[in-house]
Design a protein around this ligand. Structure first.
Ligand SMILES: *Cc1c(COP(=O)(O)O)cnc(C)c1O
Length: 491
């Protein structure tokens, strides 16, 4: 067929009407809107025409066109964003949606999504209220902050703070903290975007307090500290603490208040801001010295502002939370960016419900999935791995694979606790039929609820730390069973 002249091939392309009468398409028309099917057929024929013109070989038979068009129509009507089973052992998995919401957070989202809400309505005074009011008191109660605001995500929070307080001015930051978080978030780029001049100090491995002191000039308005979320400097290193930055800023501000304010029309203070990344409310003591600092610790040490993510260690929805002194937060609230970066009602509902769980830390660890997975004893994880093992032993055809439970290492993910090996247990599937690679692909591409596992050597591992419940165990068993069945039907 590819030997035919392009003109002949073009003439052999079926008409839209002809394809619509193909049995496959007629069957499709029973349940799919006609306009959608017609469009799918038209686009399919169009693409084939382009292929012919590009001299690529192609099959122009009606049945072939009908098949491609029907796949296209089906793809449009099936959801792209879907639930996934995470058996990878990476808890805050950025590609898989980071944190799973607590049941009460899901309920809260459902409530405000199904009806009207008090999003910007103050029921006590019956006048217009602020959407920023719903979470502020809770955040303050949990962190000891004077004031707080939540925006779209932590990248937005960093951007907002830099442009409000360091825009057209200078922020001093250590060369050891010019981080890239992934997904194109780099501190130098955000600085440029917010029109803050970046004054780098120190070296990659060592920055001293004198480096900051020497860098402060009349145009400096911020000492920025960035938590190295996804990496750690170890060995011959030195960083400057928030406490030291606070003392430096206080000394500079005192000096400006006495002398220079008299000579310049506009006087600026130097503030201390920490981008904390993960933002833990609770110190996860089981992780020892590697545990992330808590928001409260940074505030107590003297930060004017601290920002962190809502969906990393906190285990809530995507959000960026900013805490700090009231007059700084007030300035952020009245910035136009507060409107641009504001949260929607579903996120506020989920965030408020998640935050409320933290009022009782024990409840938080039990009910917020991210915290539960981080803190669950290995023994409990082993029991879940054994449940999966039994489910597989019952479900899989005899002789298709060897199964056992092995000790494994899970990860916090999401750029948190990068040095921590979290003890875990996984079910190892060693293939007697098929192989790990093709099974991994099958589980992701061929299942309505994709299952994400991890390949190790020739086996596939299902880490039980991130498997949520018995339903997921049943679903994994069904999915593996379907894989082995598909091997037989291929023959
Ligand atoms: C993750 C992270 C960010 C970005 O936060 P998002 O909520 O993903 O926008 C910024 N800074 C640090 C240090 C981080 O770890």
């Amino acid at each position: 067929m590819s030997g035919e002249a392009p003109n002949e091939l073009l003439r052999s392309l079926p008409k839209v009407e002809e394809v619509l009468h193909a049995p496959l398409i007629e069957a499709l028309l029973v349940s799919f809107p006609r306009s959608l099917v017609v469009e799918a057929v038209r686009i399919t024929i169009d693409k084939l025409r382009q292929q012919i013109l590009a001299k690529k070989p192609c099959d122009t038979s009606i049945n072939r066109v009908a098949r491609i068009a029907s796949e296209r129509a089906r793809a449009l009507t099936s959801p792209s964003l879907r639930r996934v089973i995470n058996a990878s052992g990476v808890i805050v998995h950025t590609n898989l949606g980071r944190s799973v919401l607590a049941p009460c957070a899901v309920k809260a989202v459902n409530e405000v999504a199904c009806g009207y809400s008090t999003l910007e309505y103050d029921v006590s005074t019956q006048v217009r209220g602020s959407r920023h009011a719903h979470c502020e008191q809770l955040i303050c109660a949990l962190t000891g902050a004077e004031a707080a605001i939540a925006v779209n995500n932590n990248a937005a929070a960093v951007m907002m703070i830099l442009s409000e307080f360091a825009g057209e001015h200078e922020a001093v930051v250590s060369r050891g903290e010019l981080v890239e978080i992934g997904g194109s978030f780099r501190i130098p780029d955000i600085m440029a975007l917010s029109h803050a001049a970046m004054r780098e100090v120190g070296t990659t491995n060592k920055t001293h307090v004198t480096d900051y002191a020497q860098a402060i000039g009349p145009n400096t308005t911020m000492l920025l500290k960035v938590h190295p979320s996804n990496y750690r400097l170890i060995g011959f290193t030195e960083t400057v603490s928030v406490k030291e930055l606070r003392m430096l800023a206080d000394a500079e501000n005192a000096q400006r208040a006495t002398g220079e304010a008299l000579t310049t029309t506009e006087s600026h203070e130097v503030l201390v801001y920490e981008d904390q990344g993960s933002g833990a409310f609770l110190r996860l003591d089981s992780f020892g010295a590697w545990a992330e600092p808590t928001v409260t610790e940074s505030l107590r040490a003297g930060c004017d502002l601290v920002s962190f993510s809502g969906d990393k260690l906190l285990g809530g929805p995507q959000a960026g939370i900013i805490v700090g002194t009231k007059h700084h937060i007030d300035r952020l609230k009245s910035s136009p960016l507060a409107r641009v970066l504001r949260l929607d009602k579903m996120t506020i509902a989920a965030l408020e419900a998640t935050l409320r769980l933290y009022l009782d830390p024990e409840r938080a660890c039990a009910e917020i999935p991210t915290l539960r997975m981080l803190t669950e004893p290995a023994e409990t994880v082993r029991k879940r791995a054994e449940m999966l093992l039994h489910a597989l032993q019952n479900a899989l055809p005899l002789g298709c694979a060897e199964l056992d439970v092995i000790e494994e290492v899970a990860r916090a993910g999401g750029g948190a606790l990068p040095m921590c090996d979290i003890p875990s247990f996984a079910v190892r599937v060693t293939y007697l039929h098929g192989d790990a690679l093709s099974c991994e692909r099958y589980l992701v591409t061929q299942r309505e609820i994709p299952v994400v596992a991890r390949i190790k050597k020739e086996a596939l591992l299902f880490d039980a730390r991130t498997i949520l419940n018995e339903d997921e165990i049943g679903e994994i068993a069904q999915a593996l069973c379907a894989y082995f069945t598909s091997l037989n039907s291929d023959k």
